[in-house]
Ligand binder design. Structure first.
Ligand SMILES: [Zn+2]
Length: 73
């Protein structure tokens, strides 16, 4: 059982339009889109974390390089 997103009346699962108010209900397409968006957000978050790690590593490498490049006299 689901509830109409517009009028709140209870209706059967899997219907496309509310039989009380006629509003379109979130169908599989919308659910799939939401799922896709959630996956994208997850992907972006993972990417941002990877980027932050990369930058940290680069900074570490940079400071190491600076140390190595110090003139030795
Ligand atoms: Zn309705």
């Amino acid at each position: 059982m689901g509830f109409c997103i517009s009028c709140g009346q209870q209706h059967q699962d899997g219907i496309r339009f509310c039989r009380f108010c006629g509003n379109q209900q979130p169908g599989e397409q919308l659910l799939a889109r939401l799922r896709q968006e959630a996956e994208q957000l997850h992907y972006l978050r993972v990417q941002a974390q990877a980027l932050a790690q990369q930058q940290q590593q680069q900074q570490q490498q940079y400071s190491q390089n600076q140390y190595n490049q110090q003139p030795r006299w």
